[in-house]
Design a protein around this ligand. Sequence first.
Ligand SMILES: [Zn+2]
Length: 152
Amino acid sequence: MPRPCCCRRVAGPPHCAMFKPAGIPASSLEEVVLHLDELEAIRLVDLEGLYQKAAAEKMGVSRQTLGRIVEAARKKVAEALIQGKVLRIDGGVVQMPETRKFKCTDCQHAWELPFGTGRPVGCPECKSRNIHREAACARTGAGRGRCVRSGR
Ligand SMILES: [Zn+2]
């Protein structure tokens, strides 16, 4: 079965797009750019503690590719920390969910909300609170996200 998208899946936009050493103006610092797929890889492997195989499946890449992404990401983070560089999070060939999908368990009504609007309190149709969030990008290709291609 062909993959629905060439892109690497990420869970969402980063909380913070830039980290820099305190007290030094960014203009006088060197910069390391961490791509969104690299950030996602270390989030899954280092923060959530997933095996690389599981992380690779989540991102829709091979385990070998995931290994390379993690390696590159760790090197960049280490470089920024040790050599005092600005770490900017940007770019990468990624597929980002634009909206979150919700579904009502009671009436089966499904709807979407953009990111950053908070979790809905109930179903807009039947007012049931028995709702759940659906995966934004499944292997079936349902709920295709926006493809971001920048910085590469
Ligand atoms: Zn409902």
